[in-house]
Ligand binder design. Structure first.
Ligand SMILES: Nc1ncnc2c1ncn2[C@@H]1O[C@H](COP(=O)(O)OP(=O)(O)O)[C@@H](O)[C@H]1O
Ligand SMILES: [Mg+2]
Length: 219
């Protein structure tokens, strides 16, 4: 039986005194490098700032990493539920800091899960249906004040991954990276007001400078 269902998606903004900033991007875009650096810079300027990430270091986050790193086969939707469960726990921590007026810098947040979810589900479901079904979880979560998308070319990301042997994140095969980048690009086109795109191909110092300038403009 066919049912026509439509819904509006409202990304929930918070009104806590702190600021919630997220860094997104494909593997080796520089999220961790720049999250640490931002935290450091803001702290030195006297702002109370905290670093956090997804998947978290909590029980559910560790389970997600195990599933991904060991390539355990689980249905993509199961992984999405795990990400949501991890985020539900993570959100309590984020909110507790925002209430105290901290700036919270998160190394990945829900857009990562959406981008990876789309990449996993593409071919299985219609694209828009996939986006909406994946995003339908997200009204439970506060959305960031700003999401910076570190935009790096796939070849540059692959060069960085090869160069830093210790750098092995969750998804590091080239075809997968191309798919993820494509998913992010589609999301940025669909939700342009949710992302601030930063050219992350430049040297670390130049990217830092641009990030900081953009932040000051916004905060
Ligand atoms: N702008 C850049 N130019 C050159 N190398 C970079 C740049 N940004 C990050 N790197 C290097 O690339 C690797 C991955 O960076 P990382 O911050 O861990 O990326 P992510 O957290 O997005 O996966 C690290 O070895 C880091 O030093
Ligand atoms: Mg990282």
């Amino acid at each position: 039986m066919k049912h026509k269902v439509s819904f509006e998606l409202e990304l929930k903004k918070h009104d806590y005194p702190g600021k919630f900033i997220v860094l997104e991007g494909i593997d080796a875009a520089g999220k961790t490098t720049h999250s640490f650096e931002l935290v450091d810079k803001l702290k030195r300027e006297g702002h109370k700032t905290v670093y956090t990430k997804e998947p978290t270091d909590g029980e559910i986050g560790r389970l997600i990493r195990q599933v991904l790193v060991e390539n355990i086969k689980v249905p993509p939707v199961a992984l999405q539920y795990l990400f949501c469960a991890d985020r539900a726990v993570h959100q309590e921590k984020i909110i507790s800091y925002l209430k105290k007026g901290h700036t919270v810098i998160s190394d990945r947040y829900f857009w990562s899960a959406v981008a990876y979810g789309i990449a996993d589900l593409s071919g299985v479901m219609d694209y828009y249906l996939t986006v909406y079904s994946v995003l339908s979880f997200y009204n439970q979560f506060i959305s960031p004040d700003f999401t910076f998308f570190l935009d790096v070319e796939v070849d540059e990301a692959v060069r960085r991954i090869k160069k830093s042997h210790e750098h092995r994140e969750i998804y590091d095969d080239r075809d997968k990276i191309i798919k993820i980048k494509d998913s992010y690009e589609k999301l940025i086109n669909m939700f342009p007001e949710e992302f601030i795109v930063i050219n992350a191909n430049k040297p670390i110092d130049a990217v830092s400078k641009e990030l900081l300038e953009q932040m000051r403009r916004k905060i």
